[in-house]
Design a protein around this ligand. Structure first.
Ligand code: GLN
Length: 188
């Protein structure tokens, strides 16, 4: 059984753990460097990227996690997790894991009240349309050549893959659909 970590600093941690169980993987909360060594892949959940970023530093996990990703460990960032993976963030100098060659725009669709849902097909993930929940979501403004675009909505990139890294603007863990978690576990 694949062991998949969920970075447990802040945000939608339990929701991802439930999904992992539903697709037959063993979910593990990750809060230390030791725990990072015991998993086949890691999910960085949605929440608040500034808060998760500060906690990653405080827990001494920023560098070790960066190294793991660099060494090829599969990682999937959802929403705030996508922001944490990005090498570039619009209107902001500070970046976090500096791993993925994307420029992301935070709160790109507006504030909490502008949250919305959509139905969309995602390349590699599902042949059918799957539900997507966007909550103060970012989108990818620009992606370098090495980044494969998996889905766009409202004219912007909302799912992408680069080598071992996967990023989504939306929250598959908050819907009834399991296809994204299934896909990620297969990558691990
Ligand atoms: N707006 C949040 C941020 O900038 C992300 C929101 C989310 O993860 N749902 O970190």
């Amino acid at each position: 059984m694949k062991k998949i970590g969920v970075l447990a600093m802040q945000g939608a941690v339990d929701e991802h753990l439930k999904k992992l169980k539903a697709v037959g993987a063993a979910g593990r909360k990750i809060r230390s460097e030791d725990e990072l060594d015991q998993i086949d892949g890691i999910i960085i959940p949605g929440g608040e990227s500034t808060a998760i970023g500060k906690l990653l530093e405080a827990f001494g996990l920023m560098e070790p996690l960066h190294k793991k990703i660099d060494a090829g460990m599969p990682v999937w960032g959802t929403c705030a997790g996508m922001i944490l993976l990005a090498k570039h963030i619009c209107d902001q100098k500070k970046t976090y894991l500096n791993a993925m060659d994307i420029l992301v725009r935070r709160n790109a669709y507006g504030g909490q009240l502008d949250s919305f849902t959509a139905m969309q097909r995602v390349k590699h993930v599902s042949a059918n349309e799957i539900p997507m929940v966007f909550i103060r979501a970012p989108y990818i403004d620009k992606a370098d050549k090495g980044v494969e675009i998996l889905a766009e909505t409202r004219g912007h990139i909302i799912a992408a893959k680069q080598k071992n890294m996967l990023a989504t603007s939306f929250h598959p863990e908050l819907t009834a659909d399991n296809s994204f978690h299934k896909y990620f576990v297969e990558l691990c």
